[in-house]
Ligand binder design. Structure first.
Ligand code: ZN
Length: 157
């Protein structure tokens, strides 16, 4: 099911998402619908806030297959920052330069829901994850961006 992507100005985008206690069937259905929505609008990432549900759930596909992350948080970075242009499905038609960590380690709930596991990310995946995790904290890229321009982003998240 394709969900409505909330746009800048919608208060849900400014809410802090609640942690997922258990990966229920409903949560998996939501994740599936978010992936379907993300593909339908040609995005590479989507946070649950962006479809109006403030829970800590993110989906991403940077062209290497779908990823679903419950309760993702950054636990480590390599200290190196890099600047890059970003756009957001919730802030259509704008891009801006955002500084992000180069390489990160993200902790998330394991698929069985009983433990946490870690994944390493760099490049576009690291950038997309940081953008989405910001969404879960009610932060939009325009809060951090410099050189904001009216244009369509290459990879919207
Ligand atoms: Zn976004």
């Amino acid at each position: 099911m394709i969900l409505k992507v909330r746009k800048h100005g919608d208060p849900v985008l400014r809410m802090r998402a609640l942690p997922v206690k258990e990966i229920t069937k409903e949560m998996l259905t939501l994740a599936g619908n978010m992936l379907e929505t993300m593909y339908a609008v040609d995005g590479v990432g989507l946070a649950a806030n962006q479809v109006g549900i403030p829970v800590q759930l993110v989906v991403i596909d940077i062209g290497e297959g779908p990823m679903t992350l419950f309760n993702p948080r950054i636990v480590k970075h390599n200290g190196e920052e890099t600047s890059g242009r970003e756009g957001c499905l919730s802030v259509p038609g704008l891009t801006g330069e955002v500084t992000r960590w180069d390489k990160i380690v993200v902790e998330k709930l394991a698929e069985n829901g009983s433990a946490s596991e870690r994944l390493e990310a760099e490049g576009l995946l690291a950038r997309a994850l940081q953008h989405e995790i910001d969404h879960l904290d009610g932060i939009l890229f325009i809060d951090k961006a410099t050189d904001i321009m009216e244009e369509q982003a290459e990879n919207e998240v």
